[in-house]
Design a protein around this ligand. Structure first.
Ligand SMILES: [Zn+2]
Length: 467
């Protein structure tokens, strides 16, 4: 098996993965600002990082996965004002919506979801350190980070200070000394939520929360992996690096991973462009597992163009994989018990290794799906096999590989309630047929029909099929 290698935005190259502490991975992914319903763009980011986490765990790493909620922000305050609500009610409502969608998409919960409003004192401490080290300054109740004091600003996004100066402007209401500087602490306006600080009543800027909370939660200065969408590279992640490294003097993250956008007609899907699809609406039409499969169907760094027809393609793929599982379960009931032969075992093991190799190669989920297809196709071929080489152990072995590989990508098979009923009826029908009670066999066939399945008799016995 190959070693894990993936693209590090920081070095702009594919690197071997060597975590700071052997066998352990500390991973932080920027979370949402909960002020509206979660959409497909969010789903891609968190499904991608969940799959990366799952693969790391599958490869034997212990992963601490941390993801924040920006639960105080201009957009949340605006929404609270326009809906006659409080910022906390707004953020709680959309955090709940987000977590429910994550559950539907089978995204594993984070170890911890730090919220800004619960970490104000740590954030103030980080800002105080930056002020005392001369990297930040107070200006009339605001505190700004002095970008020019931090050498190598722009090292993640590969931008240089000269280029940035050209486009920099001071927005009205800002009290910074240099247009490049960014806010660490904002003086609160009337009717805005505030916290007491050494600089008066106010609240944190956006970037500082991730620096402060991630270091606090992992209890270390350097993360193994920092992730997020490509749109966060500049300025958010660039500013996180500046703040964290200025305060600790240590690298902030060893590896930076960024996922590509979801696009519609090649344009980025986003709330601000108004071309987004809320997950609720998509789940009303498609099984969340189909959506998950669609989101992983292309390499995580490439743009993923959304359309209904692509979701229908993913539905067909998922149906075929589920069909392979069903065939396996039917065969297991029918076939006799004997040992798996060497050739079949070796082939299954080779597929399993190929699967890991695909993911070790910069988390290539689209190639990993090709391997899952191969396992599924093998199960389909067993159904037609007349060589007597296929026995129960063989089918069980391939089925376990199918479930295991799907599981690494977070695809879970539907509740087996109907399947169990179906299996039972198929077995009863076989008994009736063996006893030559064809009337009974026929009436059981009708019951199977009512469950939405047809039953066919193959060389290995009966096979059920979704109508
Ligand atoms: Zn962040």
């Amino acid at each position: 098996m190959t070693k894990l290698r993936f693209f590090n935005t920081f070095s702009a190259s594919v690197e071997d993965f060597i975590p700071i502490e052997t066998g352990k991975v500390k991973m932080y992914v920027c979370g949402i600002t909960p002020y509206d319903k979660s959409h497909l763009g969010h789903a891609r980011c968190y499904v991608v990082f969940d799959s990366i986490r799952r693969f790391l765990e599958y490869s034997g790493y212990e992963v601490d996965y941390i993801q924040n909620f920006t639960d105080i922000d201009d957009k949340i305050i605006q929404k609270a004002h326009s809906t006659n609500s409080t910022p906390l009610d707004i953020s709680n409502k959309y955090i709940e919506d987000f977590l429910l969608n994550c559950k539907n998409l089978n995204i594993k919960p984070a170890k911890i979801y730090p919220k800004v409003t619960e970490h104000i004192s740590e954030i103030i401490e980080t800002i105080k350190t930056l002020v005392s080290k001369g990297f930040a300054y107070e200006s009339d109740g605001d505190v700004y980070f002095s970008v020019k004091k931090f050498t190598n600003y722009g090292k993640l996004s590969k931008r240089n200070i000269e280029e940035l100066i050209v486009g920099a402007r001071v927005a009205s209401g800002e009290k910074k000394h240099d247009p490049l500087d960014f806010a660490l602490w904002k003086n609160s306006k009337p009717e805005e939520p505030f916290w007491e600080s050494p600089w008066g009543k106010g609240r944190p800027g956006w970037h500082i929360e991730c620096s402060s909370m991630s270091m606090h939660e992992i209890n270390r200065e350097t993360l193994d992996i920092h992730g997020g969408g490509q749109d966060l590279i500049f300025p958010h992640h660039e500013n996180e690096i500046a703040q964290s490294e200025a305060s600790t003097g240590k690298p902030f993250a060893k590896y930076w991973i960024h996922n590509g956008f979801v696009t519609i007609n090649k344009e980025k899907m986003s709330k601000s462009l108004g071309n987004f699809f809320a997950l609720d609406d998509i789940f009303a039409k498609f099984d969340p597992m189909v959506v998950r499969l669609f989101l992983l169907s292309q390499h995580y760094r490439t743009p993923l163009d959304f359309s209904d027809s692509k979701l229908y393609q993913s539905k067909n793929t998922w149906d075929r994989i589920k069909g392979a599982k069903q065939i396996a379960e039917t065969l297991i009931n029918i076939l006799s018990e004997s040992n798996i032969n060497e050739k079949n075992k070796n082939y299954a093991d080779m597929l399993s290794t190929n699967f890991s190799d695909c993911l070790n190669n910069d988390f290539n989920t689209s190639e990993a799906f090709a391997v899952i297809h191969n396992i599924a196709n093998t199960l389909y071929s067993f159904e037609q096999d007349k060589s007597n080489e296929i026995n129960r152990k063989t089918v069980e072995y391939y089925l376990s590989k199918l479930i295991e590989t799907c599981n690494v990508l977070g695809l879970v098979f539907p509740d087996n309630q109907t399947n169990l009923q179906l299996q039972d009826l198929v077995t009863q029908r076989e008994i009736a047929r063996k006893n030559k009670d064809f009337k009974k066999a026929d009436s059981i066939r009708k019951e199977i029909d009512l469950l939405g399945y047809t039953v066919e008799d193959t060389p290995h016995g009966p096979r059920t099929k979704h109508k």
